[in-house]
Design a protein around this ligand. Structure first.
Ligand code: ZN
Ligand code: ZN
Length: 197
């Protein structure tokens, strides 16, 4: 937008003042371009833009609850973060959970949880892997619909897998983003109109 402002300024100054009509025309033209650009910017940014941020990870040292020796791994220090860990000595599948700034390691066993069936609203008790990313397919005991339960970092998600949600790939700022803006401009005939007398 800043560059457009200077463009507008330069264009108007270079036009002789007795061409008032032409200047007014140019002025309204620039104004409409600015409006259109703002609209395009909002359209493009309607796609979620995810900033690239590295989450804070901590070096953790904990004893294997199965065989004893120290395990070393890295884990996000975010509250209640859960990570699957495998003991390199005994091969035990373990689960490390953040708790008040510390990490607690236990065997990776199924935990009790519950979800609501999106089809019939029945509350279902389940046993599921505690690590985010795990998926469980079950039938609703009430309406028999097939359900897919997936565990995220913020909780469980329960859906009927025959109706997958449309995924919009997140846009990243950079060449691709600018190309998208340029494509949209061409698509909307903005460039073509600029070339017209
Ligand atoms: Zn072990
Ligand atoms: Zn159901």
């Amino acid at each position: 937008m800043e560059r457009l402002d200077s463009l507008q300024h330069a264009t108007l100054e270079s036009v002789p003042s007795h061409h008032d009509e032409e200047r007014d025309h140019l002025f309204s033209e620039v104004a409409s371009i600015r409006t259109e650009l703002r609209l395009l910017a909002s359209q493009v940014s309607g796609v979620p833009v995810i900033p690239t941020r590295t989450p804070k990870r901590m070096d953790v040292q904990k004893a294997c609850p199965n065989c004893g020796p120290m395990l070393q791994y890295r884990q996000k220090s975010k509250a209640k973060n859960v990570k699957g860990v495998k003991c390199t000595k005994c091969g035990a599948r373990l689960c490390s959970r953040e708790a008040d700034g510390d990490f607690i390691v236990g065997l990776r066993t199924l935990v009790d949880d519950n979800v609501t069936c999106p089809s019939c609203g029945h509350r279902l008790s389940i046993k599921m892997d505690p690590v985010p990313g795990s998926v469980l397919d079950i039938d609703c005991i009430h309406c028999k619909v097939v359900l897919r339960i997936s565990r995220g970092h913020t909780g469980l998600r329960c859906r009927i897998p025959s109706q997958p949600r449309a995924m919009i790939p997140p846009a990243t700022l950079g060449e691709e983003f600018l190309q998208k803006v340029a494509d949209l401009m061409v698509f909307k005939g903005w460039a073509a109109r600029q070339l017209a007398p």
